[in-house]
Design a binder for this molecule. Structure first.
Ligand code: ATP
Length: 236
């Protein structure tokens, strides 16, 4: 079943055109990586999908429904969570409070408890630090908290913007392993990453964005072998 379908998406910031009509489809259960150089429009794509910014033309259908008239918070309730670049956790709130905020759309107490169990199963370190202020966590722990908070929404689709940014190689591995576990437990993932090597390693499929246009798409293992991808994103 199709999770999200993007058709001819155009986005501009005032007179600066960032996306020039992109088309992409993600099936339920997939991990899809979106690669591209700085300024290609990767973050813009995620922001448009989660309705953080408006789009000018085209359409986005999430689980069969056009998002055109839906505000961002309604999309969260329908099952889309966005883990933004820079994580966006609340530094003065505790880990417990940050996670609780993720569950604000959930009315069913049993499902909230299930979500906590899932988060603590994937990130046991968060369970050990429930009373610690978010801002005092290490970079890797803050990333875990941001992903954990997204899981608390009960999302079916998770959009992740540069989850490996600023993390040591060991922590990058840990975060990517967590993403695979989250996917195995039923969440579809759209991943924006500078770390193309890791992003293609865990993805089923990938897209390459250049100057606001999709220029390549395919199975992740094929993209990893593609000379153009090797040259531009995998260090030759
Ligand atoms: P990076 O990897 O550097 O984050 P990206 O692929 O995510 O890059 P975007 O952040 O989506 O790229 O930016 C796409 C284009 O839109 C760039 O030319 C950028 O300068 C422009 N842009 C992004 N945000 C804004 C904004 N708030 N106002 C004006 N222009 C913007």
């Amino acid at each position: 079943m199709t999770c999200i379908e993007v058709e001819n998406l155009h986005v501009a910031y005032g007179s600066i055109r960032a996306l020039h009509g992109i088309d992409l489809v993600i099936q339920e259960g997939e991990i899809v990586s979106l690669l591209g150089a700085n300024g290609a429009g990767k973050s813009t794509t995620l922001r448009a999908l989660s309705r953080m910014i408006p789009f000018r033309e085209g359409d986005i259908r999430f689980r069969g429904r056009s998002v055109r008239d839906l505000p961002a918070h309604r999309l969260v309730a329908l099952g889309m969570a966005h883990v933004p670049e820079g994580r966006g956790i609340f530094p003065s709130l505790t880990v417990r409070e940050n996670l609780a905020l993720g569950a604000w759309t959930q009315k069913d107490g049993a499902r909230v408890r299930q979500a906590y169990d899932q988060v603590f199963g994937i990130f046991p370190r968060l369970a050990e630090r429930l009373s610690q202020q978010g801002g005092t966590l290490s970079g890797g722990e803050q990333q875990m908290l941001a992903v954990g908070r997204a899981l608390m929404t009960g999302c079916r689709l998770m959009l992740l913007d540069e989850p490996s940014m600023g993390l040591s190689p060991l922590l990058v591995k840990e975060v990517f392993k967590a993403l695979q576990a989250i996917n195995a437990q039923g969440t579809t993932i759209l991943l924006v990453e500078q770390n193309a090597h890791m992003a293609l390693k865990i993805a089923h499929r990938g897209y390459v964005l250049e100057n606001g246009r999709l220029v390549l798409e395919g199975a992740a293992e094929d993209l990893a072998k593609d000379p153009r991808v090797k040259e531009a994103y995998l260090g030759g």
